[in-house]
Design a protein around this ligand. Sequence first.
Ligand code: UDP
Length: 329
Amino acid sequence: MNVMVAGGAGYIGSHAVKQLLDAGHKVVVIDNLFRGHRAAVDKRADFVQADMNDTDVVEKALREFQVDSVMHFAALAYVGESVEQPLDYYHRNTAGVISMLRAMQATGAKRLVFSSTCATYGEPETMPIVETMPQSPINPYGWSKLFVERILLDTVAADPEFGFVAPRYFNVAGCASDGSIGEDHKPETHLIPVILQAALGQREKVSIFGTDYPTPDGTCIRDYVHVEDLCNAHILALETLKPGDAKFYNLGIGKGYSVREVIESVKRVTGVDFKVVEGERRPGDPPTLYANADKVKAELGWEAKITEMDDIVASAWQWFKNNPNGYGE
Ligand code: UDP
């Protein structure tokens, strides 16, 4: 297939680009490099630096590269920032996809894999989370993605030739197993990279955000899915996508690790001891989130291969150790 990867210079997008190319697809990346890195884009891919909201430019690129399918990762993804700057989130994450859909409509590209999130569920009352549970986001980030889910459903209703799959991600983690690409967020707020930076001595300490949650060790529990497993699910989804498809899948490993368990794993894998302090809760963090991923297994035959925290951490450590300054830009 001729695939456009929107946001292909970002953390997840760059891993998807590599796997699409390895699977024999042709790839053009479109990215505004606001938070992405040109160096993260596989050299085998074409690259267009542009904003998703610039419909004319996106349309031109779709035509030039004869794109038939789009994977859309381009988004802002900090919950706290979304509360402070909601319009940026609706502009980039929601309007940006409308712009892409218009460009796709103009050129006849009919297949889309769109990154959604478990943040669309808000604070579910029961675990694990199944796709049919009510969606009630608790921040603009979650809403910006849920609005797109609705828009995609309406787009299919109006054009049965169009089809989409929208995976809802849990906590994506880890780096390419061959060490070629990794994770480089500025600012970095995600748990595993933050702990690895402490192991590298780049941070003085790790703060645990809350130790009084109703969980066995008092810290939050999350479902960490390896980025390569996650990208494999995208490729499966794309390759099996049919006209009229409108599918949502939870992508997680189906079990959770606590913050303390992740810290212990990093200490084990790196062999480094670092300072850990118990801090206040971070506003908006639900105590426990993990997926029921039965649907994607039943329908796509996908399940995560990497489910041990030490393996996830080891793949990330390989990248952080060898690239202490990330992509160095
Ligand atoms: N967390 C923490 N200390 C940190 C960063 C994160 O205790 O320095 C906790 C956070 O409160 C959450 C979990 O680690 O319970 C995962 O946070 P992350 O930001 O990686 O992902 P999120 O769950 O917010 O998508």
